[in-house]
Design a binder for this molecule. Structure first.
Ligand code: ATP
Length: 516
């Protein structure tokens, strides 16, 4: 099965099992807007809690806020979004489809990467154990040729992006024969800039309505409040402010399901530091954030850092944490050293003094900022794609199982009476009533036990607890582990601790703190 097929199946699975639905589906949906269903919302809330608690509980000097989505319009002038939050877009005259020129070029470079990987894989197969991969990459003429092409494109791309050279971007597309995947032609328009902010009006037109924007990032709500929090919370630099909330971008090319949405959710933390200390903290947060991801156990090889070639107008260092999605390594989180750009700019536009007085240095300054910014929905997608598994079982049977990290699974345990009679449902309810204060549990008595196991596998429930006739006399149940399908007999009293050991976030937090 190709990765594309796996992805299609994952999207279908998300819908079939109540994780993600297209928005307003009865009206045929709305482009790049999605709703989370009964299981999706639980997974999403668990992701948010994992992030929020790791930020605000593991760090004494990080606190949270919840700012409004609407902000004074000057905020977006000061932040640079009115003038510079643009994507370079290009249209194909034949298909009438619109693309991001930078994405077309990045896809082109990825094609060369793929070609190189194919050569390496072919050679690895041919040479077997004696294969020296590093040597092959350095000497094989075909690999070198692809690499040279890729480097050439990369150099032109980085230059054009840095210099805002739109004809330069188009020239790359034309010179390397990039064709529209739909029409197959090179009939491209010129590249133009397109602002990604949604705007609306506040107040009635009669009173002179004010044009306001739906925030394209949550960060600015933190910047304009940093002094409020610092003063009321008596925070000392270095300190951080965390926030989870919706953001909106009128993405030109919205595709790949919940990877690129027009309405999405961000988890952002701005960490305020002394000028000059920013690189130390940039390194700290890079490491800490990667440890947070890795603690989930989805596979360390699925993550990599990608340092930026083109720095945003506000940054002096930036990296992405990329995750291996079914469609390649993609950004899930950005870590940026934003200098004092935002705070200085708000100071200038508002005319208010928002400097921090540092009692240790006995001096006032504008703090520098390290930002960690992760999309909840992208995180959701990365977890679902790593978890989705189709397994062939002995006896020709197969199953679809979501191997979700147990701490994030929507439901922790399913309580299943073997039959619907003989007092088993009552006993099962009793167990459920004892466990439900600590864990999200479901009760299911419909269909054969095998079918019920499959239903729980498909939504990623780590434990199935079966109550049978013996339970009534020996006080024991069968607990089935989702990933191994192994079953063991345990006493009802042991259930709480057994489940807790696997689903308690505390264990992940300890792992993170052990690493950084
Ligand atoms: P991209 O290059 O993919 O457009 P970006 O670099 O503009 O992303 P940031 O502005 O750094 O993204 O936003 C921080 C995080 O917010 C991203 O790492 C991503 O997880 C998430 N994010 C950004 N745009 C979207 C979107 N349209 N849909 C879903 N998540 C998004």
């Amino acid at each position: 099965m190709t990765q594309e097929d796996v992805f299609k199946k994952l999207v279908a699975h998300c819908k079939e099992y109540g994780f993600v639905f297209p928005s307003s589906e009865i009206y045929d949906g709305l482009g790049a807007v999605y709703d989370y269903g009964q299981n999706g919302v639980e997974l999403k809330n668990n992701i948010k809690r994992y992030w929020w608690d790791s930020m605000t509980m593991l760090h004494e000097n990080v606190v949270g806020i919840d700012a409004a989505i609407f902000m004074h319009p000057t905020t977006w002038k000061a932040s640079g979004h009115v003038d510079a939050f643009n994507d370079p877009l290009i249209d194909n005259r034949d298909s009438k489809k619109r693309y991001r020129a930078d994405v077309l070029i990045e896809d082109l470079m990825a094609k060369y990467d793929e070609k190189i990987e194919k050569e390496v894989q072919k050679a690895a197969k041919r040479f077997g154990d004696s294969f020296d991969e590093a040597m092959f990459r350095q000497t094989n003429p075909r690999v070198l040729e692809h690499q040279a092409k890729r480097d050439e494109i990369h150099a032109r791309y980085a230059k054009a992006m840095n210099e805002n050279d739109l004809p330069g971007l188009k020239a790359i597309i034309m010179d390397y024969d990039v064709v529209d995947p739909i029409s197959g032609t090179k009939n491209w328009t010129d590249v133009r800039q397109f602002n990604l902010m949604f705007s609306t009006e506040m107040g009635s037109t009669a009173d002179g309505a004010m044009k306001i924007y739906l925030r394209p990032e949550t960060a600015q709500g933190i910047f304009v409040n940093y002094l409020n929090v610092q003063k009321t919370g008596r925070m000392k630099i270095p300190f951080g402010i965390a926030q989870i909330g919706k953001a909106f971008r009128n993405e030109i090319v919205a595709r790949q399901f919940i990877f690129r949405m027009r309405e999405f959710e961000q988890m952002e933390m701005q960490f305020f530091v002394r000028p000059g200390d920013e690189m130390k903290w940039f390194a700290y947060w890079k490491e800490h954030r990667l440890a947070w991801h890795k603690a989930l156990g989805l596979g360390d090889h699925k993550y990599r850092f990608h340092d930026h070639d083109k720095l945003a107008h506000y940054a002096n260092a930036a990296t992405d944490i990329e995750f291996e999605m079914p469609f390649g390594f993609k950004e899930v989180e950005g870590i940026h050293s934003r200098t004092d750009f935002d705070l200085s700019s708000h100071e200038k536009y508002s005319g208010k003094n928002i400097k921090y007085f540092d009692p240790e240095l006995n001096q006032s300054y504008t703090p520098y900022v390290i930002e960690t910014s992760i999309g909840v929905d992208r995180m959701f997608l990365s977890i679902m794609s790593a978890a989705y598994c189709e397994e062939q079982l002995e006896g020709g049977d197969s199953r679809v199982v979501l191997k979700l990290p147990p701490v994030l699974a929507p439901v922790k345990a399913a309580i299943l009476p073997l039959v619907k009679k003989d007092g088993l449902p009552e006993k099962a309810r009793e167990i459920m009533d004892a466990l439900k204060f600590d864990f999200r549990c479901v009760y299911d008595e419909k269909d054969s036990i095998g079918k019920r196991y499959r239903r729980q596998d498909a939504v990623g429930t780590p434990f199935c607890i079966t109550v049978d006739h013996d339970t009534l006399t020996d006080g024991c149940v069968t607990i089935r582990h989702r990933d191994t399908m192994q079953q063991e007999r345990v006493s009802i009293e042991a259930l709480h601790d057994l489940i807790d050991q696997e689903v308690n976030m505390k264990n992940l937090f300890k792992k993170i703190m052990g690493q950084v």
